[in-house]
Design a protein around this ligand. Structure first.
Ligand code: UDP
Length: 314
């Protein structure tokens, strides 16, 4: 019998490529689709030549076609770091809207179940802490982050409309800050920025006064949560993230300590609308998916640091 087929958009990206690995391991046939705007073939090079894997170089914002049966679609294509979506605002909005529409149309045509990658950014600069799925958020639609936040909010609304109107099987994961090997060194996010600065002996650039908080999830935990959500029968949004909260200052000190660097933390302007705090309430994931993170931040930082050491120091 032929294997069940999964389409992963953004399959050459950080998260997409880890999902490809997981689905190959679970015995599926995987199609990774990516326009390589922020993705990198190097992330899936080890899968090339695998008879159960194929790569399609395609922009999902344009009409999407896949031949034969399709079991699942995971829509992960999108610029996802603040500097990327500031540089590519229109592409970000297109892939969140038109890209999602194309995937939903394909899912409907194939009778496939579709999971979309939503984000903690739907909560904006949150006034509720920690953030649970009931909270509607505090987003500035016309601020610099609006292109990403509103695209993702629209994506959730569109997906829910296909679910209620067409009876499509849909899943929505709200992803909190995630880290691990295959993050892009230059994606501008705090973890690759701090690690590469520390490894190069440069000072770490904290934005604002560094008192803003984030909660960092190791990629393997995220992938496990996504896999469980996809297989569950729960169609409402679910937060997946590690609730261990830390300030950016504390995080900088942790990276300096782990790398043994002599770097100091220096301060730069806080970007507009930068959320002051972020921490997931994961009661729902725990209840409906029996999921909670297994890796502490420091456990996840070990393989991540090794990956960046190879990238930075060669
Ligand atoms: N940040 C920082 N220095 C950097 C990059 C980011 O202090 O070089 C801060 C940023 O202002 C934010 C936090 O780190 O408060 C996390 O930023 P990131 O871009 O990783 O993702 P976000 O959670 O804002 O989407």
């Amino acid at each position: 019998m032929s294997k069940e087929k999964v389409l992963i958009t953004g399959g050459a990206g950080f998260l997409g490529s880890h999902l490809c690995d997981r689905f190959i391991k679970e015995g599926y046939y995987v199609i990774a689709m990516d326009n390589l705007l922020t993705g990198d073939i190097a992330n899936i090079e080890h899968l090339m030549g695998n008879k159960d894997f194929e790569f399609q170089h395609h922009d999902v914002s344009k009409y999407v076609h896949v031949s034969g049966d399709l079991k699942y679609i995971l829509h992960f294509a999108s610029p996802a770091s603040p500097i990327d979506y500031l540089k590519m605002p229109i592409q970000t909005m297109k892939v969140g809207s038109l890209g999602t529409l194309n995937c939903l149309g394909l899912a409907k045509d194939k009778g496939a179940r579709m999971l979309i990658a939503s984000t903690s950014e739907v909560y904006g600069d949150p006034l509720v802490h920690p953030q649970n799925e009931e909270y509607w958020g505090n987003v500035n639609p016309v601020g610099p982050r609006g292109v990403y936040d509103e695209a993702k909010r629209f994506q959730e609304a569109l997906t829910m409309a296909y679910h209620t109107f067409h009876g499509l099987e849909t899943r929505i994961v709200r992803i909190f800050n995630t880290f691990g090997p295959r993050m892009r060194l230059d994606d501008g996010r705090v973890l690759p920025a701090f690690i590469s600065q520390a490894l190069r002996g440069e000072n770490l650039t904290a934005f604002g006064d560094g008192s803003q908080t984030r909660s960092f999830t190791y990629v393997d935990d995220l992938v496990e949560g996504i896999y469980r959500l996809l297989k569950s029968d729960y169609a409402q949004p679910v937060n997946i993230g590690n609730p261990e909260e830390i300030t950016i200052n504390e995080f900088g000190e942790e990276i300096i300590r782990l790398t043994g660097s002599k770097s100091k933390i220096i301060y730069q302007d806080l970007p507009k609308d930068d959320p002051k705090q972020r921490k997931p309430d994961i009661s729902l994931a725990s209840k409906v998916l029996d999921w909670r993170p297994k890796f502490t931040r420091s456990e996840g930082l070990k393989p991540t640091l090794e990956y960046f050491q190879k990238k930075v120091l060669g």
